[in-house]
Design a binder for this molecule. Structure first.
Ligand code: P6P
Length: 336
């Protein structure tokens, strides 16, 4: 009789020792993300029926206003986190400013802040390609009992207490870390339960997949161009395979299972890269490192970057350690 896989709830209880200083609030926070993810998953999975349920901005057959899915996802995660009395502030790609949450007692006594991209890669929905939610969790650094400030959000990634993503793909998975490795849970939609399907996920040290939008080749720095040519040479275990979905969560999730590197570099079109440091690069870097991989901006560790703005961007090279190190060698040798 195979050992039954624990549910996410059972896993959190079994691993409560991972949160030694938490009075159960971090566990409740992960649970609230779990709930919001189920609600968003339901909507994402029926997106293809929009013309039956009504296009964005129109009333659908139930007479409800059809919302853009990334706006729906944003509202769902914000409402769920707010209702659970756990966070004192939320920052989102969908909101210019961070949201202050005083709590029902209006005393600003909750101790965590969440930063998120509620639906990354949402342009892929119309073509039925997988998309994801990315989240990053910190303890606040300003005094309890006072409203959060930007200081609570502009923390380096190495201070994250938890990070994760939900991938709405052929199956829906919640993958997260609290600094004690990476575990993946798959949703059984019939039961509404998440089961530990990918325990202790680890990046293969070397892989043969490289993920980058080569359509921007002409705009890349010399080091990136040289690395792409290296990937294509007939040497050792090369040429590598090029796989690029255009959904960061999906590309990194696949590479974590099969081995590979995901690169979104700076270019003449994106002088600091396209991806956001606080709610895309940092959480994915935490997961990648916890899975034994590496994540840098081509020169320095992503999680050591001191943020200065809520929506600042960063180049990112992340994945199998030896592949990232080789790319960094080219960036160093051909620094321009
Ligand atoms: P491009 C999606 O918009 C996203 O933020 C990432 O998920 C994805 O990897 C990247 O941008 C795709 O950007 O410029 O290659 O289309």
């Amino acid at each position: 009789m195979s050992k039954t896989r624990p549910t996410l709830g059972e896993f959190i209880i079994d691993n409560q020792q991972d949160f030694p200083y938490s009075t159960g609030e971090l566990s409740r926070l992960i649970r609230s993300i779990r709930l919001a993810a189920k609600v968003v998953n339901h909507e994402v999975n029926k997106a293809g029926l929009v013309d039956i349920t009504g296009a964005v901005g129109e009333q659908n057959i139930q007479g409800e206003d059809q919302q853009k899915l990334d706006i729906f996802a944003n509202k769902t995660f914000i409402q769920t986190l707010t209702n659970r009395e756990i966070v004192c502030g939320i920052a989102s790609e969908e909101n210019d400013e961070y949201i202050t949450i005083a709590g029902s007692r209006k005393d600003h006594n909750n101790k965590y802040v969440v930063l998120m991209d509620p639906l990354d890669g949402s342009s892929n929905i119309d073509v039925n390609v997988s998309v994801g939610t990315i989240f990053s969790i910190y303890r606040r650094v300003t005094p309890l009992g006072t409203p959060v400030t930007s200081e609570d959000f502009l923390q380096p990634g190495n201070l994250q207490v938890a990070a994760g993503y939900i991938i709405y793909g052929t199956s829906t998975m919640l993958v997260y870390t609290t600094g004690h490795g990476v575990n993946g849970f798959t949703l059984n939609p019939a039961l509404g339960s998440w089961y530990l399907s990918h325990p202790d996920m680890k990046f293969p040290d070397i892989g043969n997949i490289y993920s980058i939008n080569e359509g921007n080749y002409a705009h890349f720095p010399t080091g990136v161009k040289k690395y792409i040519k290296y990937c294509q040479e007939e040497e050792e275990n090369r040429p590598y395979t090029s796989r690029y979905i255009g959904s960061m969560v999906s590309d990194i999730h696949r590479n974590m299972i099969k081995g590979g590197i995901y690169i979104y570099p700076k270019s003449s079109k994106h002088e600091k890269g396209k991806l956001r440091l606080l709610y895309e690069c940092n959480p994915m870097a935490f997961i990648v490192e916890q899975a034994g991989g590496k994540a840098s901006d081509g020169y320095q560790r992503i999680m050591d970057i001191k943020p200065t703005e809520l929506h600042e961007r960063s180049p990112i090279f992340c994945g199998s350690k030896k592949m990232v190190e080789k790319a960094e060698e080219f960036m160093k040798e051909y620094e321009d």
